[in-house]
Design a binder for this molecule. Structure first.
Ligand code: DQQ
Length: 533
């Protein structure tokens, strides 16, 4: 159908049809990347969930396989929900997933490759001793799911965390095991936080204090910080903290600078949920996958026959400040870069809009560096503007400012009746400048009924010192993934233009602030289409 073909993505992960949600059990094993994901075998809304399975040699081209895990036993007859993979000694993968049992309880099960000699690990066996973890009397059976990758302690015990809640306190329940089969609940959760509700898809891993190299999940000790990410069912957003893992007492304590509630740090300030990382041994990096849901109508999803994509895998590491993580699309993505156009030293005066011509921009990768001539005209920052999303809603692309809004107009029609703005705006607070990064899709589609939420985050840069800020946007028909300031602030949006489709999609740069802005360099590439399942 028309709706289908105009919104399908070219280089973002998708199966040929049907509903998908959470990425599950990503791993690198013997030269092959595996991605499993929650998949409806039978339609384009959530339901009938199995672990669909694809493999790749480069994280970009994907080969589809048969579902790896699906309801077949008592311990998962009502569902095979999210979970993670762990590599056991001898490079033997194991999957931990949540099964829904005959009573509708959430229980944790193991699955092993049937044949380790099969490089694709097509078939998975679920031992009859499952479930290996059941909710005890203190745990609500419907609030107990999404086991993490296991990590190994110096005491010879494996550990995993399972998402849960008690009343409205979100919890990362901790379990330990010597043999990976018998699991014992720890006296205390690894961490918990009041009023945050159910913690879905927790992820717990170490990051190096220095450099971009990733760490294997069991690494701990000096030179290392830990990250705990949770997906809040309540807000449908994810939050992470950075802190210290005290492995002797098995407690994780977030740094003071890291709020562990829904005011905290986000991997992505847009449409991005149920994410999961894994350690890529081949390139010594930690890679993040996230699910980006549709924001058109359920009827559109039914007409399209598909719903949901995975975002481009991102390498992630600790920012030198130690206060946040930084993310960047895996370098392999650049192999898809085709025809290229460049702009150098382009002055954007107040009110200027300039079209970047010469490539087809419905499927593109754009990198741009902006230089600000001065900050005198920056609008005053009000202390009560604590929520960037609210601020972005009040000060979108059309609202003239002092320094900014400036940025890109992507998936725009030639007449700009349709456009998705990716913009920066700089404010002056008493002792510093505040940089807002924003996706403003309020004009992204003329079609009625489409949900067009704006998304925004603050960017922690010293703009007064550098006078520069960079932006990269990955554009792919119905998705825009943006990386501000080399990956310090990331935003993903789903948009559904009715005119800015295929060859009719245009790309512009704009400046709607009174201060002039210079583009020192812009490079835009048309993206070719990989093998996608
Ligand atoms: N999706 C899965 C659950 C998880 C939720 C079910 C998060 O395991 O908590 O499809 O999106």
């Amino acid at each position: 159908s028309i709706v289908d073909s105009q919104y399908r993505t070219g280089y973002h992960f998708q199966p040929p049809k049907n509903w998908i949600n959470d990425p599950n059990g990503p791993m690198y094993h013997n030269g092959i990347y595996h991605l499993f994901y929650q998949y409806n075998t039978n339609g384009s809304v959530w339901g009938n969930i199995v672990w669909a399975h694809s493999v790749s040699f480069d994280l970009i081209n994907w080969i589809p396989l048969e579902p790896a895990i699906y309801p077949s036993k008592k311990f998962d007859m009502n569902g095979t929900w999210s979970g993670s993979a762990t590599l056991l000694p001898g490079n033997k993968p194991v999957i931990f997933y949540t099964g829904i049992d005959p009573q509708g309880r959430q229980v944790q099960n193991l699955a092993f490759p049937k044949d380790l000699a099969d490089p694709y690990l097509r078939e998975w066996t679920k031992p009859d001793y499952n479930p290996v973890i059941q909710p005890d009397a203190s745990i609500e059976p419907s609030k107990f799911r999404d086991p993490t990758t296991a990590w190994f302690g110096l005491d010879g015990l494996w550990r995993i965390v399972i998402g849960s809640r008690r009343k409205m306190r979100g919890m990362a329940m901790l379990y330990r095991s010597r043999d990976f089969v018998r699991w014992v609940k720890a006296k205390h959760p690894l961490h918990s936080s009041k009023d945050t509700g159910m913690w879905e898809c927790p992820d717990f891993f170490p990051v190096s204090l220095k450099g971009k190299r990733g760490l294997e999940t069991s690494v701990s000790g000096p030179g290392v910080k830990h990250v705990l990410k949770v997906s809040l069912d309540m807000t449908r957003y994810e939050y992470y903290t950075m802190g210290t893992y005290y492995h002797m007492i098995d407690r994780y304590i977030p740094d003071n600078s890291s709020a562990d509630d829904h005011t905290g740090l986000r991997y992505d300030y847009g449409n991005f949920y149920a994410s999961k990382t894994f350690f890529d041994e081949a390139k010594q990096r930690r890679i993040l996958w996230g699910w980006s849901n549709e924001s058109d109508t359920v009827n559109d999803d039914k007409t399209k026959g598909w719903a949901g994509i995975q975002t481009i895998p991102r390498a992630l590491w600790l920012d030198p400040s130690g206060k946040q993580l930084v993310q960047w699309p895996v370098e392999e993505l650049e192999t898809l870069r085709g025809k290229q156009v460049n702009l150098y030293d382009k002055e954007l005066k107040s009110g200027d809009i300039y079209e970047v011509k010469g490539i087809s921009s419905a499927q593109a990768d754009v990198e741009v560096s902006f230089e600000i001539s001065g900050l005198d005209k920056a609008e005053p920052f009000e202390e009560f503007w604590s929520d960037p999303q609210v601020l972005c809603g009040q000060k979108g692309a059309a609202v003239e400012g002092g320094v900014g809004p400036f940025g890109l107009l992507v998936l725009a029609s030639g007449d700009r009746e349709e456009q998705t703005a990716v913009l920066f705006r700089v404010f002056k607070a008493p002792n510093k400048h505040v940089v807002l990064m924003c996706h403003d899709p309020s004009k992204s589609s003329l079609r009625p009924g489409v949900y067009k939420p704006n998304f925004a985050g603050f960017v922690d840069v010293d703009i007064n010192k550098t006078k520069k800020i960079s932006l990269r946007s990955l554009i792919d028909h119905s998705v825009v993934e943006s990386f501000g300031a080399e990956g310090k602030t990331c935003i993903t949006s789903r948009v559904y233009p009715s005119k800015a489709i295929g060859q009719d999609a245009h790309l512009f740069v704009f400046n709607n602030g009174s201060e002039d802005v210079r583009i020192t360099q812009l490079s835009a590439w048309e993206m070719t289409t990989p093998r996608m399942n």
